[in-house]
Ligand binder design. Structure first.
Ligand SMILES: [Zn+2]
Length: 248
């Protein structure tokens, strides 16, 4: 069976002299692994358009669960990423998250849209990388069905206490007094950070990246998003460690 789809190359591996195996996040089939024959021929248009972090229009042939890319035409190469090691390392973290969290062999349009938009903003230096990171981490969790309950204090129903405590393990929120009463172990944050956290989950996609936070608040938002992500995925991300090293 032959089909056309758009996809972002998340990973590439060499096999044999001329061929490679790529892992792609496609809109129609989610994450798939596909062979690219004669991909290393520099004259082949497939060479560039199936490289890491290229978003391309793909013609794919599927036979008994094995995919191969017949034709590839690049749509966006994200050249801005390739000039900046730190931005590139964050982009690779987004790839690692996608590899682990995006659906496999099923439609994944919203996942692809999220990652592409974040890469576009990162590549063009339109947003703080830390803001993009927190948004991608939390929105991915939401798309995977792990929605925390951020509407109000889980105990008394308070919406906006000056300080609120987020519990990464349960995804619940407590106001300051209930959290003290219950001895809840979590991350204490001012309401401005909680509002931003709510935004990463509940905002319409078009407005997802449209907010600003000062540096300290953004740091705290990232502490929360990493804690929530790691409590669910229970995984260390090497690319994340590298991005942090580059940010020091
Ligand atoms: Zn309360």
């Amino acid at each position: 069976m032959k089909f056309k789809t758009n996809g972002l190359i998340l990973k590439e591996q060499s096999i044999h002299e001329q061929d490679k195996l790529v892992t792609v996040l496609t809109s129609s089939h989610g994450v798939i692994r596909a062979f690219v024959r004669r991909a290393k021929n520099i004259k082949s248009p497939k060479c560039a358009s199936t490289g890491l972090l290229c978003f391309s229009q793909l013609s794919i042939f599927e036979n008994k669960g094995t995919y191969s890319i017949d034709e590839a035409k690049s749509i966006e190469m994200f050249m801005g990423l390739r000039k900046d090691v730190r931005n590139m390392s964050l982009a690779q973290y987004f790839c690692e998250l996608s590899l682990n969290l995006c659906p496999k062999e099923q439609e994944a349009d919203e996942f692809l849209r999220l990652i592409l938009n974040a890469l576009f903003l990162l590549s063009n230096n339109k947003k703080d990388p830390w803001l993009l990171k927190a948004c991608v981490e939390m929105r991915l969790m939401g798309l995977c069905g792990y929605m925390p309950d951020l509407v109000m204090c889980d105990c008394c129903g308070e919406y906006e206490a000056p300080l609120m405590t987020f519990i990464p393990k349960t995804g619940k929120l407590f106001c300051e007094s209930c959290s003290r009463k219950n001895g809840a172990l979590g991350i204490v944050a001012p309401i401005s950070v909680i509002t931003a956290l709510r935004h990463t989950f509940y905002a319409d996609f078009e407005k997802l990246f449209s907010f600003n936070l000062n540096e300290d608040s953004l740091k705290l938002l990232n502490v929360i998003s990493e804690a929530y992500l790691s409590s669910i995925t229970e995984k260390d991300y090497l690319t994340l460690q590298f991005f942090k090293m580059m940010s020091d």
